[in-house]
Design a protein around this ligand. Sequence first.
Ligand code: IFM
Length: 471
Amino acid sequence: MVSENGQVQFPEGFVWGAATASYQIEGAVAEGGRRPSIWDTFAHTPGKVFGGDTGDVADDHYHRYDQDVALLADLGATHYRFSLAWPRLQPDGRGPLNPAGADFYERLVDALLAKGVQPWVTLYHWDLPQALEDAGGWPAREVASRFAEYAGLAYERLRDRVVHWTTLNEPWCAAYLGYADGTHAPGRTEPVAAVRAAHHLLLGHGLALQAMRAHGARGADGTQRSFGITLNLYPVDPLTERDDDRDAARRIDGLFNRQFLGPVLRGRYPADLLDDLALVTEAEHVHDGDEQTIAEPVDFLGINYYSRMVVRAGGGQRHQPGTASVWVASNDVEFVSRDLPRTEMGWEVDAQGLYDVLSRVQREYGPLPLYVTENGAAYADEVAADGTVADPLRVAYLDSHFRTAHRAIADGIDLRGYFVWTLIDNFEWAWGFSKRFGLVYVDYPTQRRIPKQSARWFSEVTRRNGLLSPG
Ligand code: IFM
């Protein structure tokens, strides 16, 4: 509902949350039996992460989770999306659960439930056990089975307390940043390996759903568990209606969006994507029955949205051997900047893009329940002399995106919830601690948490389940 003065009201029961990921916040990388992940190795490799930052301590959330859960409760969050660290639960990526790791997540989940915040688990947010990378990493088919084993064990342990289960976060990033351009762990620059990694991540997703459901899809109280995946999706627009620009947009959309939406929600890879990729690799790594496994039904789709891409055809070769690019078999495509405000990541602020993504998914792949599992912005926040942190740009960013989400719901899109990225400033991957996305500021030397202006604003949104008129 939108009132005449611009106030908006979200549907009753709308999920409001904040999201984080294990390696970005936990620290304690050598405690409780945890062993290295690919991100520990990568961050400790000189030159890979800005400023030489690592997740060794990060937000020290492993020791301070009680305080962080209290922050969530103060925000009025109904749900908290966080990831389990695979190397904490299965330090070498195989075998029984590590008791100390499982105890940590039980304590966290219990602390959330005690404050009335529902846990929303992601099984994989990029911290692959290093031992599995040493055995070939995601380009090796075996890792998909290892992931399913881990998912089944984690689910068995926590399913009585956790309703929502997400297999993967942003498999495009894990595959292409990790194995094609090497800007993320494990830092490999092998286009064929990246294509295989994407497939094995998706196969792992399908196998993990089967493994979890094999334990029963209900909790001890008889209520249904809910399973899904989170994809990062952007609209991809051609700069002009020229055929070559439209073809460039088709190819980038295929790599970024449809490579994942197709198999998960339609049970097949788009034929045009396979044709494009054939320039680099045939799809012999896709075995009979794999697409059926990947299409194991999901109960929801999580969407991470940050911006839009506008592209045009370039003059170069589609495949330039030796080029470390995420745009496998589309090295020629050029990305066009627009005259829009940008966040500290350099990402253009484009709230309408969220509407376009949600409506496209519902129209072409739905109907199915959708959640925005991440959206937010990095800005150069500073603590003022009076100890407060004013972040009006983040408030404006979130306000515009929440209003867009509301408009989508009013237009019949089945959007059920929204998680802000992120609860607290944290380790922003290759950018280390130099980018702040949090609703809560973290003073890293002291680990002091300071709720920003946006945190207070967000708690009003959750309390009202809506937005006041702008200005
Ligand atoms: O910090 C990341 C998160 O881990 C995955 N999605 C995008 C965020 C901002 O870059």
